[in-house]
Design a binder for this molecule. Structure first.
Ligand code: PLP
Length: 433
């Protein structure tokens, strides 16, 4: 029986009269996979429920934050209690230092940090700070990496920008984009050449240490170490964008997993337990260039919002207390799901390459290995779209683009593995690559 999406269609029609494309963030619109997106009414654990009463096993976890599953009771209680004391003060609270201490415990490269409301803000300000600190203009990023939608970062970006097939964005002046150098990921020669071409001009290199926004792409052995050495050699700062990987691929993020010490780190998603919260931080001498101590300006009406702090504290407390149980369990569950479907694809004669780091993974519909955005872009996106629709019909909701990472939460267990493999067996039987 096909999915009944009658109520969702009505809600979509209404939303389209009010919101461009009916959405507040482009990839929610399902343009890349076809069909109408279900409208969500509530979620619990590993499952989402829509306006027609359909249930879906969730593999996008609000695009990353929901590592403990939806409506995790300690997080819900923390938000409820904070809300009774008022949603916002616009003045300092102890909770900001409480969360900052927890973040520093998990990510020791961070000496000082500042809370903001989105990953976009965190990355935009980290770059401004790098420019202010070094007195240099140019920024190196990598093709297919997404660092939010600030003007300078919408150059050869991943996520929705890659999904919609647009090279940059209208509205970004050439003069702004010209200071962003986009290079292929996993290619140290390209970056070495860029430093030689612009001596003393490159302020920073910003990178997703495990790319998530072109689909999941791990760094080649030695790649991040190479970035660290080259940035040091040329007096540029290394910014690890751990908005997605922070608290995800290990408690201390990718920098712990690969043992890399960045100058600055950006964090988001999990840090706010599902509420709008992000942060950037790093070496205290660099962070002290921020206003009001230093000359680099940044501000935010809702920065350090008490509800977001409460949700973040409850989330990190849980991850810290159960680190040695949670991360190995996530690893096992995700391996069973990602590699289980890989095996079914091989048996079904479907070309599929599975990339996975911890509890983030992507099934690329290509026979080739995927080590950068150019490889990812060779995937058969219509086969992915077909697979996505078939999985949704079977009650499994994957991120609606080939160029996104899927996420597993602590609420996913053996039952969810079985549901997924069963759905994938049926879906892959109908896919041709
Ligand atoms: N950086 C990375 C690695 C991301 O994955 C994202 C969002 O997906 C961002 C930055 C931007 O974060 P936000 O959507 O909170 O602005």
């Amino acid at each position: 029986m096909p999915l009944n999406l009658t109520e969702s269609r009505k809600l979509q029609h209404r939303a389209e009269q009010l919101l461009p494309g009916g959405v507040d963030s482009p990839v929610r619109a399902f343009r890349a996979v076809g069909g109408d997106p279900p409208f969500i009414t509530h979620a619990e654990g590993a499952y989402l429920y829509d306006a027609d009463g359909n249930r879906y096993l969730d593999y996008f976890g609000s695009w990353g934050p929901m590592i403990l599953g939806h409506a995790f009771p300690p997080v819900v209680q923390a938000i409820q209690q904070a809300a009774t004391r008022s949603a916002s003060f616009g003045a300092s609270t102890a909770a900001e230092s409480d969360l900052a201490e927890l973040v520093r415990r998990c990510v020791p490269s961070i000496g000082k940090l500042r809370f903001v409301s989105s990953g976009t803000e965190a990355c935009m300000t980290a770059i401004r700070l790098a420019r202010g600190f070094t007195g240099r203009k140019f920024v190196i990023k990598f093709e297919g990496c997404y660092h939010g939608h600030s003007d300078a970062m919408l150059v050869k970006a991943g996520s929705g920008v890659a999904t919609l097939g647009i090279p940059g964005s209208a509205g970004v002046p050439e003069e702004t984009a010209m200071h962003t150098i986009a290079l292929p990921f996993n290619d140290l020669e390209a970056i070495r050449a860029a430093f030689v071409a612009r001596p003393q001009e490159i302020a920073c290199v910003i990178v997703e240490p495990v790319v998530g926004n072109a689909g999941t792409i791990p760094p080649n052995p030695g790649y991040l170490e190479g970035l660290r050495a080259l940035t040091r050699e040329h007096g540029a700062l290394l910014i690890l964008d751990e908005v997605m990987t922070g608290f995800r691929v290990s408690l201390g993020g990718a920098q712990q997993l690969y043992n890399i010490q960045p100058d600055l780190t950006t964090l988001g998603k999990i840090i706010g337990g599902g509420l709008p919260c992000a942060a950037f931080g790093g070496r205290a001498d660099i962070m002290d260039h921020l206003a009001p101590v230093g000359p680099v300006y940044q501000a935010g009406t809702l920065s350090g919002n008490p509800l977001a702090m409460a949700a973040g504290i409850a989330t990190l407390n849980e991850l810290i207390a159960r680190e040695h149980e949670i991360y190995p369990a996530l690893e096992r569950t995700t391996a069973s799901i990602a590699e289980g479907v890989s095996k079914i694809a091989r048996e079904s004669g479907v070309d599929l390459t599975t990339n996975r780091v911890g509890s983030m993974f992507t099934w690329f519909f290509t026979a080739q290995t995927v080590t950068n955005y150019t490889d990812a872009a060779k995937s058969n996106t219509s086969a992915f779209g077909h697979f996505h629709r078939a999985m949704l019909e079977a009650g499994v909701w994957l991120p609606p683009s080939q160029y996104e990472a899927a996420f597993v939460s602590t609420a996913h267990g053996q039952r969810e593995i079985d549901i997924t493999l069963e759905a994938a067996r049926k879906a892959l039987a109908t896919v041709t690559t």
